[in-house]
Design a protein. Structure first.
Lengths: 420, 333
């Protein structure tokens, strides 16, 4: 059916072109961020990223080497060098230059400018310059030179180095990356197991109220987790207070701090004066588990119902218990559905901001996750695109990798998960 | 203890506890409480089988009850109380306070526009891409590229689109593509797109449309594949042109799926938070309900009004909830 009747060649061309345009539109913003993360701050500020892939004409200001490097040649004082090398860029082609910001294109390449008391400056097209004066150069800084030059595309990994390893505290995505991973993996594994058992019961065991429970789970699928924030935050607080009272004595003014620690508490490593924070990893794991369960149960049940009945009944006849049927037959056969849900939950917990904000990140900021870190950067360094773009790309890279390798399961999960 | 280690330990404990629970509870049920021996062997087996489903369901139901069902009730209760008065019952006072807040009505208005625009545009684009890529050889590559934003976090998408909307003063090079195009087409000065009241809402919606189109496309593409070949062939034989085939033959047959996609995206829209939080934080008249609620809960520290706002979101979701449950029950019969 590649070339069905009723389709004109013109229409086929139109189809190809429209798809090309749509793909281009959808890809363009992401590519922009990706390209920007490999450019220096100067490059990002001086030209749009879409020009970065081509050699481009740029206006820049570069200083010659400082007077400390001057040499005496034939009775004149000389400073020599290459302008591009002063800036670290290796190459370029100068089309015009000047020594004043008011007239940045006063001279052509190879011409000599007379700077009066400051001597004569000659700049060649490749950036070589020679500053000559009869008297000694003084001052600390070199002469300013304004260039109009065509520079080849150049990219750098410096941003990634800054963001991941040696940035200031707010730029440190490295730690946030580990934290995000710490949130994500238990929050993906635990609900799968709990949901698998429940799904098996709902799919293959007969009991009163089964249909009702399935309906409840379908209903819970769409309950906004916004409703859960305050009640659960109080609940987590209550659990902490209960725990403190269990292993020690709470302080009077602050119920979440130990006045004394009992034997059990000492064994767990607590000391008097310790505070237990109601925000933390345990809370966020529990919250993600709870919020992920309806989809998990729903997906897995739908899949398990479709498994061949004969296998299960034969196993029953052979005397297998439900527990054996579940672990030996259902679980291995349900692998595709388990994988689908695992990807969903992984993407959702990795990309989550709200749950982490409410249940995990305390005032110390030690447990910050990447999404939170990026929002912070948007506020404090909204103009520093090299940092922002790189930080965002670090956080996007992992889900994108998962996406491209496991797309099959994701699509399958979406198809099974949308309520029909 | 390092959190990563703590995480590994949690996985081990969590998984171990789950497996242990299921394994031992089954053993206890079969060997201790209702042993399949002695005089009552038959009756005991039946009894054990009556209890067993609930053993399997218990952890899941407990978590669902605690983390989703209980909060609905508790939020309703909180929305009728005042925290400053020590949680005293104040009736509908919080709702009255909220309805006197212009920011709330701004959020309601914006949410209404979000609800109208985002599901419609995402579904339309998704349907368009699904149809266009249906019969072309590189269709699956095209689809996977358009699907890709689904994997990107709302926060990441916010950064991506902030770069698109970036504005630099007139006279310097524009680094945001939108302003570069706008100036190239004869615009007189760069615009701060996100600060133009009312229209900035639509610039935020673009981000969600960009993300959700892939979802709509995947579902609708599968539905289009499911349209029986005979109906299309019959239409071709009758001389229908490609547009008639699409709108008169295919679309009516996948209408059910279109509704599903539409409602699913509607729910995403009602909960939209991260995009607004990261891009404008509700400034310049871009407030939405979920962000308004967050503001009330964690900035104004007013749990009453915050819970009332959450209940409004719940109320808006309820029709879809009922519809989904109704359909699921119908399907099971």
């Amino acid at each position: 059916m590649d070339n069905i009747a009723g389709k004109k060649p013109a229409l086929i061309w139109a189809t190809h072109i429209s798809v090309l345009v749509l793909v281009f539109l959808w890809l363009f913003p992401t590519v922009g961020l990706f390209v920007s993360s490999f450019r220096t701050a100067d490059q990002i500020a001086s030209s749009g990223w879409w020009k970065a892939l081509f050699p481009q004409e740029q206006n820049t200001m570069i200083r010659t080497a400082s007077p400390e490097t001057q040499q005496q040649i034939d009775g004149n004082y000389v400073i020599e060098g290459n302008l591009f090398e002063e800036e670290g860029d290796a190459a370029g082609e100068i089309s015009a230059w000047g020594t004043s910001s008011r007239d940045i294109a006063a001279y052509g390449p190879g011409e000599t400018a007379d700077l009066g008391d400051d001597g004569q400056l000659t700049v060649a097209a490749n950036g070589d310059y020679r500053l000559v004066n009869e008297t000694e150069f003084s001052g600390r800084r070199g002469e300013r030179v304004f260039l109009t030059a065509v520079t080849p595309p150049s990219f750098t990994f410096d941003n990634y180095r800054t963001v991941l390893f040696n940035g200031q505290a707010t730029d440190k995505m490295g730690k946030a990356f580990i934290n995000t991973l710490t949130v994500t993996i238990p929050a993906t594994v635990i609900p799968i197991l709990i949901a698998a058992f429940a799904a098996y019961a709902l799919a293959w065991m007969d009991f009163r109220g089964r249909a009702f429970l399935i309906a409840v789970i379908v209903g819970l699928l769409v309950v906004p987790l916004q409703l859960a924030l305050i009640p659960l935050l109080s609940f987590h607080g209550a659990v902490v207070e209960w725990f403190i009272a269990l292993v020690g004595t709470p302080m009077e003014d602050n119920a979440r701090r130990f006045a004394e620690v009992g034997a059990l508490g000492r064994m767990l490593g607590f000391e008097p004066g310790d505070t237990i924070n109601s925000k933390g990893y345990l809370g966020v794991w529990a919250a993600h588990t709870g919020f992920g369960l309806p989809l998990a149960i729903y997906l897995l049940r739908n899949y398990m119902v479709g498994l061949p009945k004969d296998i299960i009944e034969n196993a029953r006849v052979d005397g297998a218990t439900d527990f054996q049927i579940f672990t030996k037959i259902i679980l291995p056969l349900s692998f595709p559905a388990l994988a689908s849900f695992a990807i969903f939950q992984f993407l959702w917990t990795w990309n989550d901001l709200l749950v982490a904000l409410v249940f995990l990140i305390d005032s110390s900021g030690e447990t910050t996750v990447m999404t939170r870190q990026i929002v912070e950067l948007l506020g404090t360094r909204g103009g520093n695109w090299e940092i922002l773009a790189t930080a965002a790309f670090v956080s996007i890279a992992v889900p994108l990798t998962v996406f491209f390798f496991m797309q099959k399961y994701l699509v399958r999960g979406l198809l099974a998960g949308s309520v029909k | 203890m390092h959190p990563a280690l703590q995480g590994l330990l949690t996985i081990a404990i969590g998984v171990g506890a789950c497996i242990g629970y299921f394994y031992f509870s089954n053993i206890i049920l079969d060997k201790v409480i209702f042993p399949a021996r002695g005089a009552n062997a038959g009756r005991n087996i039946n009894r054990a089988n009556l209890v067993r489903p609930w053993l399997f369901l218990l952890p899941g139901l407990a978590a669902l009850g605690l983390y989703l069902a209980y909060p609905v009730v508790e939020t309703l209760r909180l929305s009728l109380t005042d925290r400053d008065l020590g949680g005293a019952y104040v009736g509908l006072e919080n709702y009255r306070k909220m309805s006197g807040d212009p920011k709330f009505w701004e959020a309601m208005r914006n949410n209404a526009f979000w609800l109208l625009v985002v599901p419609a545009m995402s579904t339309a684009f998704g349907l368009l891409v699904a149809q266009l890529t249906d019969r072309i050889r590189w269709g699956s590559i095209a689809k996977s590229l358009i699907f890709m934003p689904m994997a990107i976090s709302f926060v990441g998408a916010a950064v991506i689109w902030k770069l698109v909307y970036d504005a630099r003063p007139l006279g310097t090079e524009q680094i945001g593509i939108l302003n570069a195009i706008y100036l190239a087409l004869g615009g007189d000065q760069p615009m701060n797109w996100l600060t133009i009241p009312f229209w900035n809402n639509f610039f935020l919606m673009v981000v969600l449309i960009w993300i959700q189109t892939g979802f709509a496309m995947v579902i609708l593409s599968a539905a289009l594949r499911g349209v029986p070949e005979e109906t299309i062939e019959a239409a071709i034989v009758d001389g229908a042109n490609p547009f008639q085939i699409f709108f008169r033959i295919k679309v009516p047959q996948i209408m059910g799926t279109i509704v599903v996609v539409w409602t699913t995206i509607t729910i995403v829209v009602l909960k939209v938070f991260d995009i607004v939080f990261a891009m404008t934080n509700g400034q310049w008249e871009t407030q939405v309900l979920a962000n308004y609620m967050y503001d009330q809960l964690f900035r104004a520290r007013d749990w009453g009004v915050g819970s009332a706002a959450a209940m409004v979101i719940m109320l808006l979701v309820t029709p879809i909830l009922v519809w989904n449950v109704y359909n699921a029950r119908k399907e099971m019969k």
